[in-house]
Ligand binder design. Structure first.
Ligand code: SF4
Length: 601
């Protein structure tokens, strides 16, 4: 039997963890293959690619982002080859599976829940042409009812759809083979690699599927370490841990953090979801000295409204969380992405603004706005009537409105999300947007982005904004509200522009005649041994270095401002941007600089 395990990822850069687990589980016993596509590819091309390889069985991993396209693909594949056996698995088909298979009759089998121990048994039964599949966790079709008990069924046109009883979560995770047994360097090159050290969650947030399974199970630490080491050696760029709370078990977390520091190859990044209010001093001590960019944290706040948090069964402590987030920010070596969810109970627009302001006030590297998804199987679905939830009846089942927030308010927040992504999360305006916030919108980040949105809608409506347009928009916006600061913001935006490292030709609106520097001056400055080594060219001739960098003069002491975040002092600064060197973790060019007066003397 020739088996393909596949999925449609949401982006090219993503990889799928689940099909790798499944592949490892059957590779020894079956002629199996793995292939990933994306939802942005043409379905016809994917169909042709699969059809032409003459597989006997194709298994798809189904999620909210791909289930609709996957079903279209399955239907076409079955029309083209009625003998093809189609198996679906994943969260999108693990609930209401009996009706699902009944509705989509081109599906042959569904595996509900964790599939690693089920798939090998199912493939074995299929290859033995077994009529009745007495395997827990499997849903299938038959022209007669099975001889065993303990199943549910429904029928349609003489076909019986049989749902065997559920499999409990795999208690001993050492039974599962590593998903990276057969991984190659090519397969993960420039991709995000997903990894888990545990399954399950200690919390019970009502909008989350993880809340439906009780308790946390851990993979054996030694095999986790072995796999992580292998991925680092294979030059994985970023490893994202999908553990629901990476720091749920103190000893294991500490052991892993220490280990990850040991295997650091100087360029890898490890991304975790952590519960910040649970971080302790030992953990903080361990991360404090980590290399810049080695770790990245995602911290779910979701709301700072205590009634909201209580109603969704979430356990949080925003005060403690803020202390830890501020502490990590001071370390300066770890990027923090904080999350909020709009559409939660008791969170009306005013309450959401407050949550936004509370979280934005911590100035994380990214503030990700999400919108409540009424996921199949999540407990929040039972509160639809209670809170008058209206939501899309197709994946990802995103909320439209509820008793507390109207549809137009949610749409407004969608626009805010877009503006926050453009002007904050993109990292294109790191210095300038923070300056505007601190100097004019302190404690009211929401107003900053609402005002920016209003300005964009007034002056740039219906215009597709180029990168340069965005810089121009921000400059105009701030110059209008704060005409006295026009020069300052221009200098900060110019700095942000050059740090993106894409273009040394500065657009006219950002140029400043006073800031020109002669080539001779620039060469003289970079002849200094300290500057040469700061730029990473200690042994190069200045005439060689000058070709690789961009030197710019600023009217204000930007270097001092970056260090102190105090006043932007009126002293000229000279800064060299290393356009040919390695970019930093945020994909920005590195730079070095000092006061212009000092080089003149
Ligand atoms: S939202 Fe996070 S913390 Fe809450 S149950 Fe889900 S995984 Fe656990």
């Amino acid at each position: 039997m020739k088996l393909l395990l596949t999925t449609l990822n949401s982006k090219y850069i993503h990889t799928c963890l689940s099909i790798r687990y499944l592949y490892s589980s059957v590779k020894d016993t079956c002629d199996s293959y793995i292939k990933e596509y994306t939802i942005n590819e043409s379905l016809d091309k994917i169909y042709a690619d699969i059809y032409e390889k003459n597989y006997d069985i194709v298994g798809f991993s189904c999620y909210i982002w791909n289930v609709e396209q996957t079903l279209k693909l399955c239907s076409t594949l079955k029309e083209a080859n009625p003998d093809l056996i189609i198996i679906l698995g994943g969260p999108e088909v693990s609930f209401d599976s009996l009706n699902f298979i009944n509705k989509h009759s081109y599906i042959d089998y569904i595996i509900k829940g964790e599939g690693e121990l089920v798939l090998p048994k199912l493939i074995d039964s299929i290859s033995k042409f077994k009529k009745h599949i007495e395997i827990d966790g499997v849903v299938y079709k038959s022209n007669e009812l099975p001889p065993y008990s303990n199943y549910r069924y429904n029928t349609h046109e003489d076909i019986y759809f049989i749902e065997n009883k559920d499999t409990p979560p795999i208690a001993d995770l050492s039974q599962i083979k590593s998903p990276y047994l057969y991984v190659t360097e090519e397969e993960i090159e420039n991709k995000i690699v997903y990894f888990e050290t545990s399954r399950g969650c200690t919390f019970n947030c009502s909008y989350c599927l993880s809340s439906t399974l009780k308790g946390v199970r851990f993979f054996p630490l030694e095999s986790v370490k072995q796999d992580l080491k292998k991925l680092v050696v294979l030059n994985a760029k970023q490893i994202k841990f999908v553990d629901r709370t990476f720091n749920s078990h103190k000893e294991i977390t500490l052991a892993l953090i220490k280990f990850l520091k040991e295997i650091d190859n100087g360029k890898i990044n490890f991304h975790f979801e952590i519960t910040a209010h649970m971080l302790d001093d030992e953990f903080m001590k361990e991360i404090k000295e980590a290399r810049y960019g080695l770790f990245q944290f995602e911290i779910g706040v979701q709301s700072t409204n205590s009634k909201t948090i209580k109603t969704v069964n979430r356990i949080d402590n925003f005060e403690k969380l803020s202390v830890r987030v501020n502490q990590i920010k001071k370390y300066g070596n770890i990027h923090q992405h904080l999350d909020l969810i709009a559409g939660l109970p008791y969170e009306n627009l005013e309450s959401f603004k407050k949550s936004f302001n509370d979280v934005f006030g911590l100035l994380p590297e990214a503030l990700q706005l999400g919108f409540l998804k009424m996921l199949k199987g999540s407990p929040i679905r039972s509160q639809v009537e209670l809170f008058d939830y209206r939501y899309r009846n197709y994946p990802p089942y995103e909320v439209i409105s509820n008793k507390f927030i109207s549809a137009s308010e949610i749409l407004f927040l969608k626009e805010i999300e877009e503006i926050v992504d453009l002007f904050y999360n993109s990292g294109m305006f790191m210095l300038s947007i923070e300056y505007i916030y601190i100097n004019n919108y302190n404690n009211n980040g929401f107003k900053l982005f609402s005002d920016l949105l209003a300005y964009k809608n007034d002056y740039y409506q219906n215009k597709t904004l180029s990168r340069d347009d965005l810089y121009k928009l921000l400059h105009e916006f701030y110059s209008r509200i704060c005409p006295d600061e026009t020069n300052k913001i221009k200098e900060l935006i110019r700095f942000d522009y050059l740090r993106m490292g894409r273009n040394r030709v500065i657009p006219l609106f950002l140029r400043n005649d006073l800031s020109s520097i002669t080539r001779e001056e620039a060469v003289a400055w970079i002849s200094n041994d300290y500057i040469k080594s700061e730029l990473g060219y200690p042994n190069s001739h200045p005439m060689e270095i000058i070709k690789k960098i961009h030197v710019e003069l600023f009217e204000f002491d930007i270097i001092d401002y970056i260090k102190t975040k105090g006043n932007l002092k009126n002293h000229k600064a000279i800064i060299a941007f290393n356009y040919s060197g390695e970019k930093d973790f945020m994909n920005k060019v590195t730079f070095t600089g000092g006061l212009y007066e000092q080089i003149k003397n």
